[in-house]
Every structure is written in structure tokens, then in C-alpha cells.
Design a protein around this ligand. Structure first.
Ligand SMILES: Nc1ncnc2c1ncn2[C@@H]1O[C@H](COP(=O)(O)OP(=O)(O)OP(=O)(O)O)[C@@H](O)[C@H]1O
Ligand SMILES: [Mg+2]
Length: 257
């Protein structure tokens, strides 16, 4: 069995000018390759910090972390990791289409017919086709976030880190994009780590859901959803199993808050 994420006794924090803080302490987490993991936890508990250390944007203070079988640095160097940040990071001078095609310019993908077709497909999937020629400042927050998602997907990362990617969307669009994301995940062997504040979204998307608590950030609840769902991580939002799992997760989240 191979693991996309394997952390043991991992401590992560920030070294500031006046103080050092430890955000995650003794974090043990193994995520099998190809899995869809949802991550819940109260604000400030260290969800984004965890994604940052996986993406090699931050060094651990102590402990062990393997990403796709090697160091976070090696995974990043191979451009195996895609990141959709909590705040969409688009280049303001590039149009929507050119922002989506950014992985080509940074060498993560080759500009071929199939890549331009794929970028058009992703723009369509994200409902961005009519906006393709606009600049980021001409978009709403949710539209910008969808551009960032299309861009991350274009690079076809083996590991996709998503930090509350759909938080800024209306519920109908969010539900639709949840389904599109699951479709894309089913067609690829991508491992997804998906941070959300929505218990419903976590339960609907995840094959497994973990809940983190704060001070120090650690895993306090770990729910395997595979028995709750049909094969292929399929379910309906109103399935009684899912509603029940949501209740369990909400209670765990309350205890963690
Ligand atoms: N660059 C930084 N320097 C110092 N402390 C930081 C930095 N970034 C985050 N923190 C602190 O680390 C802790 C965890 O932050 P993090 O952003 O990981 O939380 P989170 O779980 O993603 O919260 P949210 O749900 O609000 O996004 C918080 O206490 C935060 O104040
Ligand atoms: Mg965060």
C-alpha cells in the first residue's frame, strides 16, 4: 500500500520576530494514494498550515513528513502537487484563460493542442467560458476561485490540496462543482486533501473525514466513509447514512471547538 501523505509526530509552527508558535503538534496522519480526504476543524486550528507544510511552503519544526513517498521538496520539484489556496492567487495582468494556462508557462505542462482543449474544457466545466477574456479584477470572488481551481486541475497534479475552494460560492454552484470535482477525481488517480468548514461538503466529498482540534492542532476524529457510500465514493446528499454521518461529524467538530 502506498501513501500520498505519511506524517509521524509532526510539529509545525511559525517563527516570528518576537515569538515562535507551534500550531500542529505530534500530528500522525497516513493517507493512502488516490484517496479523497476531507479535513474539518475550527478556525485557526492549523488546516491551512498543514496544507502549507505538505506543499513545501513551510518547513516542519520536528517530526517526519513524507509526500508521495519522498520529501515535500521532492514532490514540489516534480510539480506533483497542486494547490488551490483559501485566497485565490491569480496574476492580475493575465486574462482568465491565460491564468488557467499558467502551468504551461511555468513548465508544469506542455502547450499542445490537447492542453488548450483541456483548458477550454475546464473553463466550461467551471462556468467560465463567457469570462475567458476578462482580467481577475473584473471577476467576483467566487469566479476568481473557480479560475484558480481550473488552473490547478490543468497541471494534473498527483496530489491536489484544496483549501476551502468553494467557500465563496452560492450553494447551487457549490453543489454542482462538488460533483464536477468528484467526476474529475474518479477519472484520475489524484489524491485530494480538501479543507472545508461545511460538514455537508466534507461528508459528501470525502471517502474519509478527519477533524482537527486546536492548541495544539491534532487529529481528534477520523471517520471512514467508504461503508456509508456506494462504490466509487457515490452517494446522495439526502441519504440517511450521509445525514447520520453529518450528525456524527458535527458533534466531533463541536467537541473540537
Ligand atoms: N504566517 C503566520 N505567522 C504566524 N502565525 C500564523 C501564520 N499563519 C497562521 N498563523 C497562526 O497559525 C494558526 C493556524 O492558522 P491556519 O491558517 O493554519 O488556521 P486554519 O485552520 O486554516 O483556520 P481557518 O479555518 O480560519 O482558515 C492560527 O493561530 C494563526 O493565527
Ligand atoms: Mg485556513
Amino acid at each position: 500500500m502506498s501513501f500520498a501523505i505519511n506524517s509521524k509526530a509532526l510539529d509545525v509552527g511559525y517563527q516570528g520576530v518576537n515569538s515562535n508558535i507551534t500550531v500542529l503538534s505530534g500530528l500522525d496522519l497516513k493517507v493512502e494514494t488516490g484517496r479523497f480526504l476531507s479535513i474539518l476543524g475550527p478556525s485557526g486550528c492549523g488546516k491551512s498550515t498543514f496544507l502549507r507544510v505538505v506543499a513545501d511552503l513551510l518547513n516542519p519544526l520536528a517530526g517526519h513528513l513524507e509526500v508521495l513517498g519522498g520529501s515535500p521538496y521532492a514532490a514540489r520539484s516534480r510539480r506533483d502537487v497542486g494547490f488551490v489556496f483559501q485566497e485565490p492567487t491569480l496574476l492580475p495582468w493575465r486574462t482568465v484563460r491565460d491564468n488557467v494556462l499558467l502551468p504551461v508557462d511555468v513548465g508544469r505542462a506542455k502547450l499542445t493542442r490537447s492542453i488548450t482543449d483541456r483548458s477550454d474544457e475546464l473553463l466550461e466545466l467551471m462556468g467560465l467560458t463567457p469570462l475567458a477574456k476578462r482580467l481577475p479584477h473584473e471577476l467576483s470572488g467566487g469566479q476568481r476561485q473557480r479560475v484558480a481551481i481550473a488552473r490547478a486541475l490543468l497541471g494534473e497534479p498527483r496530489l491536489l490540496l484544496m483549501d476551502e475552494p468553494f467557500g465563496a460560492l452560492d450553494e447551487i454552484t457549490r453543489d454542482r462543482l462538488n460533483d464536477e470535482l468528484l467526476n474529475i477525481w474518479r477519472q484520475t488517480a489524484t489524491t485530494v486533501l480538501f479543507v472545508t468548514h461545511s460538514v455537508m461538503e466534507a461528508a459528501y466529498l470525502g471517502e474519509r473525514v478527519i477533524v482537527l482540534a486546536a492548541n495544539p492542532g491534532r487529529v481528534v476524529f477520523d471517520l471512514d466513509m467508504t461503508a456509508t457510500k456506494q462504490p466509487g465514493n457515490r452517494c446522495h446528499r439526502e441519504d440517511s447514512n450521509i445525514v447520520q454521518a453529518m450528525g456524527t461529524l458535527r458533534a466531533a467538530l463541536e467537541r473540537a471547538s
